[in-house]
Design a protein around this ligand. Structure first.
Ligand code: NAD
Length: 437
């Protein structure tokens, strides 16, 4: 890919974007069928994948120009070159957009790239592979490598020829990859770069001045969209004491109106969860929650199928397991606090720092949250999921991730190696004639 000019690399990405536009319905249908994503959300995800292609194409064209720090008699050129071989390890929950985003970023930066999709979303990644081939990706620079994470993924991470790993997935696997990539393998002549986007335990604070119509709708959408299987999903609602009872009552009522069922039905808001293992893990957390807090709502789950209907726990202690650990399902902990300072303390009391939200009409609270709410993406008076490429560059810190935000002007830099070429152009003596030797 290094030998393909940037204009051509960018053109391939834009052609891929056009092909995805042409095949929008088919790609959405694959996501509905393969990972049980409700139709409307699957359609939105195709848009995100298209946006990544167009955005990174433009970004690479911008970066290719480099920077000239010339002075009289000397040119100083700051330029970027590809890092080498990139391994992309993707999750199943945004099976198209995240896999596409990481892959096209690596490719447009000129790296040979291997894509290892999640086991449960290999078909949609295969469809993307077809699209890249049709868009004209040169032979040999991209490989689709489906397989078991612990075998194929781990092998690629440890391989001496891997220069860069772009990973999105759980904290446990991300931390492991970070450690494994740090070990120098025999014959390896470089240090590996790891970009890891990991989980969250995202909170929305609702203060006494919040518009409750807006807050209830925002929390329901953020907590239960795609059955809470989003890294950005709201899993904690932190509510001021004075409005706690009213908010909870309205939250429960609004949640009861959600349709739980097959993902392909247009009326479905909460589809099935990804597989039996995930379903069992969520059920385990629901059982733990029953020992730690009060059940405000437990909706009946349809059967058969891997369904887990929304569950809301109230009077949850900020230190309870259901308030600290990522459940990655439609389980919401509602926490009572006495004042806004306590709300922020509770919000910041987990190991994660991905997304967060605030519903408030108090300017000083908005200011305080802007300064002190430890999250990569803070949303004020709106839902906290559905980041848009280049409008809300996305990613977290603490144990939610390491690296620059996806869809940001910093993102491609991680896939590039900067170099500086300095040339003395004040020639001494005669200029040799080219080709004279
Ligand atoms: P996961 O960590 O189980 O798997 C992610 C990928 O890693 C898969 O392709 C898997 O096969 C692979 N893998 C597993 N073990 C591996 C190993 N030992 N070595 C190399 N690769 C290995 O995560 P998941 O269940 O697919 O996704 C859900 C998780 O992803 C949640 O924690 C969620 O919060 C997180 N996520 C984060 C973001 C973000 O942008 N921060 C976005 C989406 C999902």
């Amino acid at each position: 890919m290094e030998n393909t000019p940037v204009t051509e690399r960018a053109a391939i990405l834009r052609r891929a974007a056009q092909l995805m536009t042409d095949r929008r319905a088919e790609l959405s249908a694959w996501m509905v069928l393969e990972v049980g994503k409700p139709v409307r959300e699957a359609d939105g995800e195709v848009s995100e994948a298209i946006d990544f292609c167009n955005y990174y194409a433009g970004e690479m064209e911008r970066l290719e120009a480099g920077i000239a720090y010339d002075i009289a008699g000397e040119t100083n050129r700051y330029i970027y070159q590809p890092r080498g071989i990139a391994v992309v390890i993707a999750p199943w929950n945004f099976p198209l957009a995240i896999a596409v985003g990481m892959t096209v970023a690596a490719l447009v930066a000129g790296n040979c790239t291997l894509l290892k999709p999640a086991e449960t979303s290999s078909v949609i990644a295969a469809k993307f592979t077809e699209i890249l081939i049709e868009a004209g990706i040169p032979k040999g620079v991209f490989q689709y490598v489906p397989g078991i994470g612990g075998d194929v993924g781990a092998y690629l991470v440890k391989h001496k020829d891997t220069h860069l790993i772009a990973f999105t997935g759980s904290q446990a696997v991300g931390c492991r990859i970070y450690a494994e990539a740090a070990v120098l393998q025999p014959g390896q002549k470089h240090l590996k770069r790891v970009i890891a986007e990991m989980g969250g335990k995202n909170a929305i604070i609702i203060d006494e001045s919040a518009d409750l119509d807006q807050a209830v709708q925002g929390v329901v959408q953020s907590a239960f969209g795609y059955s809470g299987q989003k890294c950005s999903a709201c899993s904690r609602a932190i509510v001021l004491d004075s409005i706690y009872a009213t908010f909870l009552e309205r939250l429960v009522e609004a949640t009861q109106s959600l349709n739980v069922g097959a993902a392909e039905l247009p009326s479905t808001k909460v589809g099935p969860v990804i597989d039996a293992t995930a379903q069992a893990k969520m059920q385990e957390y629901i059982a733990i929650g029953k020992t730690e807090a009060q059940v405000a709502l437990e909706m009946p789950s349809p059967s058969p199928g891997y369904f887990v209907a929304p569950v809301i726990f109230s009077e949850v202690s900020p230190q309870a397991r259901i308030a600290q650990e990522e459940i990655f399902g439609p389980v919401l902990a509602v926490i009572r606090v006495q004042n806004f300072t306590e709300a922020l303390e509770v919000a910041n009391s987990t190991d994660f720092a991905l997304t967060g939200g605030l519903y408030s009409r108090t300017p000083s609270h908005i200011e305080q949250a802007t300064a002190n709410f430890e999250v990569g993406n803070l949303y004020i008076n709106r839902n906290i999921t559905g980041a848009i490429v280049s409008r809300q560059p996305f990613g977290g810190f603490k144990l939610s991730g390491v690296g620059s935000k996806a869809g940001s002007p910093d993102y491609l830099l991680q896939f590039l190696e900067p170099r500086v070429i300095t040339e003395n152009i004040q020639r001494q003596g005669f200029a040799p004639i080219e080709g004279a030797e």
